[in-house]
Ligand binder design. Structure first.
Ligand SMILES: Nc1nc2c(ncn2[C@@H]2O[C@H](COP(=O)(O)OP(=O)(O)O)[C@@H](O)[C@H]2O)c(=O)[nH]1
Ligand SMILES: Nc1ncnc2c1ncn2[C@@H]1O[C@H](COP(=O)(O)OP(=O)(O)O)[C@@H](O)[C@H]1O
Length: 216
């Protein structure tokens, strides 16, 4: 796996980039743009028992499963973490994450604060967490309404939960206020670049420096 700072063949460890926010703040939009822009990171596709929204694709945005399938996966310990959010189950399948990290690839997670806490409790050294806030409550509601994918009562339910969810921002490494999407994307890319360049993640660096010092 190469890094992006011109030192191309230096191997590094994959990292786990977590995005959380109240519903409607823009994490799905930001995730999609980041994935389109960066070929070293892949999305962790969660399982959920919630209804598919128009335009969502099974296996791409989520794996849509029924409650008994989800419970079976819990029993077989197939989830790295899972939680109940807005009355539905959501969970991160473990195997694809382990495979990606072992191959030195980064993994992007769109999960809530409960899932983030579970990953943190497992002491995952490769965790980098980002909380996304809306510029205002009015903007948040406007975004949920203009997304136009949830019935009015679901939007109201999500707005009612927003204050609670936003109280978790101090638990995250980075915080972005998503006013302008292009600025947020560029800030997110800056976070990712800096985290990739951390010395301890560049596991191939000592070999590289050894070769340099030997004049090779
Ligand atoms: N813990 C956990 N939360 C998840 C997972 N997948 C999605 N979520 C969260 O569940 C919440 C609802 O997601 P969703 O129904 O897609 O609504 P949206 O956030 O309005 O797009 C969001 O906070 C997601 O980040 C998961 O695998 N685990
Ligand atoms: N910076 C932004 N400015 C204006 N609208 C935005 C911005 N970011 C996202 N949106 C819009 O807000 C709505 C909710 O965004 P989405 O990414 O689905 O949020 P989340 O995944 O956090 O629930 C979408 O219609 C999206 O196009």
């Amino acid at each position: 796996m190469s890094n992006d700072n011109g030192t191309s063949a230096i191997q590094r460890r994959g990292l786990m980039l977590v995005l959380s926010s109240p519903s409607g703040a823009g994490k799905t939009t930001l995730s999609r743009q980041l994935l389109d822009n960066d070929n070293q990171i892949q999305l962790s596709v969660s399982c959920t028992t919630r209804q598919k929204r128009p335009g969502e694709r099974d296996g791409v945005d989520y794996r849509f499963v029924d409650t008994s399938t989800f419970r079976g996966m819990i029993e077989r310990k197939e989830f790295l973490e899972y939680a109940e959010v807005f009355g539905n189950y959501y969970g991160t399948p473990r195997a694809p994450v382990d495979e990606a990290l072992a191959a030195g690839r980064d993994v992007l997670f769109d999960i809530d604060w409960q899932g983030t806490q579970q990953l943190r409790d497992k002491g995952r050294a490769d965790l980098v967490t980002v909380f996304i806030l809306p510029p205002s409550t009015r903007d948040l509601e406007k975004r949920l309404l203009t997304r136009a994918q949830d019935p009015k009562e679901i939007v109201a339910q999500r707005m009612a939960k927003a204050a609670d969810e936003m109280s978790h921002w101090p638990e995250y490494d980075y915080v972005l206020v998503n006013s302008d999407i292009a600025t947020s994307l560029s800030n997110l890319k800056a976070i990712l670049t800096s985290e990739r360049l951390k010395r301890e993640r560049q596991v191939g660096m000592s070999g590289f420096v050894k070769a340099l010092r030997e004049g090779r």
